[in-house]
Design a protein around this ligand. Sequence first.
Ligand SMILES: CC(C)(COP(=O)(O)OP(=O)(O)OC[C@H]1O[C@@H](n2cnc3c(N)ncnc32)[C@H](O)[C@@H]1OP(=O)(O)O)[C@@H](O)C(=O)NCCC(=O)NCCS
Length: 188
Amino acid sequence: MNAPVVLQVATTPASPTLVLRPWRMEDVPALVEVSRDPALRQWASSVVDNDADGARWVQAQQRGWAEGSRFGFAVLEAQPGSVCEQLVGNVVLKEVISGKPAAEVGYWTAAHARGRGVAPRALEALTSWAFDTFEGDGLESLELLHQVDNLASCRVAQKSRYDFDSILPAAPPSFPRDGHLHVRRTGA
Ligand SMILES: CC(C)(COP(=O)(O)OP(=O)(O)OC[C@H]1O[C@@H](n2cnc3c(N)ncnc32)[C@H](O)[C@@H]1OP(=O)(O)O)[C@@H](O)C(=O)NCCC(=O)NCCS
């Protein structure tokens, strides 16, 4: 992939246009700011406390793009009356291996932007892009994992047509409780 991938999600009555593009170093201050949120720290797998953590995290996303294994997108929202866009979330396609039929998706939404459908809209764009881009390479399904008590994430899965598949047993310390596996298959 040579040119950076940029995906657009059309405006809705509740939300302006979303732009999904690979993470950049200029996103670090906004990433550090949104990472103060306790829910994000609880449910997202990495913790960003300061600019150095943020820079390492963005560099890890950039390595993923370069290696072709992990594709993290910053989700930005157009601001009425401003040319600047605001960081509202993250969606990621991960565990991409050539010839492997399944990969995984992940997401979070900044606390100030929750409850407006940002995650399902961004996930739909990521899902379409993933199948369009990797179907020829053997990708048949996308997996979405969340802990059972993360009800907001379960709702995102349901709304995004990732069907419930099975219960995943707890795996402490990273996953102290059981999880849900949801799956969306190509063409679904
Ligand atoms: C899960 C998460 C990504 C949902 O993002 P979102 O953009 O708010 O998604 P939605 O607007 O579709 O809301 C999903 C559900 O969140 C709940 N919700 C609604 N408003 C909310 C708010 N202001 N704050 C928190 N949760 C809210 C509702 O249960 C909603 O379901 P509903 O539409 O059936 O009412 C977001 O809550 C988040 O980032 N949580 C922390 C990180 C995380 O859990 N990531 C997923 C790990 S598996």
